[in-house]
Design a protein around this ligand. Structure first.
Ligand code: SF4
Length: 331
């Protein structure tokens, strides 16, 4: 591993100043350290942000919840406010990684973890536009069964690996950041970047911006929500397809609906037309199938991942069915 300097920040301004001078933020280290060990990342300096006062989870004056960026994934998933008001977020986080990793990984770090595309993860592969812009994309005509169905381009077909982000998407979360020019807020729908001409950019953070928190508006789905993750093995694996689904139901009719897919694009994939097709419809399998058809209609499978189209369709129907059943049970 290339030598690097390591400093600790105790104030956010100091951390941002260090990042402005070229340091990389280091929180749980569960992704960045792996990438440094295998040579994908080689920063000259790291600034540890684990000592910042950024670990709380609490209610906002508006009735939502603010998750500070340094809260661990375990702390978020197991917090009573999250478990009771946003169970889909708790389910999503607990479906990822392992207990040990969740105890180290942070909410902020979860959002900026890199793709697990095997060509990106191994510097021996010399074609990867995300790791080395301009070199090509080995996955396009190579191993791509885990890759994107939506929003990809010639440059990159990788998917974002976060489960948490998929749940945050249906919860309409907001990401708060602090940078050299002050603080700003980014809607989760605008946080992740599709590859376009710059696949090396995973998100819309500006240089040296530090994620300080993730804000959830008051929950509208409560228990009537579900996170379904489909993967090659039951634990410690990334999603082939995942679905976060939330429903509001009154007298058997759907009043609110939100559905997002994970494992199929460089960002959680949400199609508003699919959600609109559910509003006012009866809470039945037929309605869920119709919404799934709309959601999957823009899929553009690669040579090895065509199975994900049917898998995505069936997973959407399943997640909506479970969400509705939890409403019926008053879970
Ligand atoms: Fe690299 Fe993206 Fe292609 Fe994977 S899909 S090889 S990350 S450019």
């Amino acid at each position: 591993m290339k030598p690097f300097t390591f400093t600790h920040a105790t104030e956010m301004a100091d951390a941002v100043a260090a990042a402005s001078a070229g340091a990389r933020y280091y929180a749980g280290g569960t992704n960045l350290l792996d990438l440094m060990k295998n040579g994908v990342e080689a920063p000259d300096s790291l600034v540890d942000i684990g000592r910042l006062d950024l670990r709380s989870i609490g209610e906002t004056p508006e009735g939502g919840v603010l998750i500070q960026a340094g809260a661990t994934n375990s702390a978020v998933a197991n917090h009573p406010l999250i478990r009771t008001r946003y169970p889909v977020l708790s389910q999503a986080i607990l479906s990822g990684a392992t207990t040990q990793l969740r105890n180290m990984a942070t909410a902020g770090g979860n959002l900026v973890q890199r793709t697990r595309c095997p060509y990106f993860m191994d510097p021996e592969f010399r074609q990867c536009n995300k790791r080395m812009p301009g070199t090509g994309c080995a996955a396009r005509d190579g191993f791509n069964r885990e890759h994107a169905l939506f929003g990809a381009g010639e440059a990159c077909v990788a998917v974002h690996p976060s489960d948490m982000a998929v749940a945050l998407t249906i919860l309409d979360a907001t990401v708060h950041v602090l940078g050299p020019n002050g603080s700003r807020s980014i809607a989760i729908a605008d946080f992740f970047a599709l590859p376009g001409k710059h696949p090396e950019q995973d998100n819309t953070l500006r240089p040296a911006e530090l994620i300080t928190g993730i804000e959830l508006p008051p929950g509208v789905f409560g228990a009537a929500s579900w996170y379904l993750k489909v993967r090659d093995r039951h634990s410690y694996a990334f999603a082939l397809v995942s679905v976060a689904a939330g429903l509001g139901i009154a007298d058997g009719v759907i009043t609110h609906a939100a559905v997002a897919l994970g494992g199929v694009a460089a960002r959680p994939w949400r199609v508003r037309a699919a959600e609109r097709s559910l509003i006012g419809a009866p809470a039945t399998t037929e309605s869920y199938r119709r919404a799934a058809t709309v959601l999957m209609s823009g899929a553009q499978p690669l040579s090895q991942n065509g199975f994900k189209v049917a898998l995505g369709h069936n997973s959407v129907v399943r997640a909506l069915t479970v969400a509705a059943s939890r409403h019926d049970q008053g879970a």
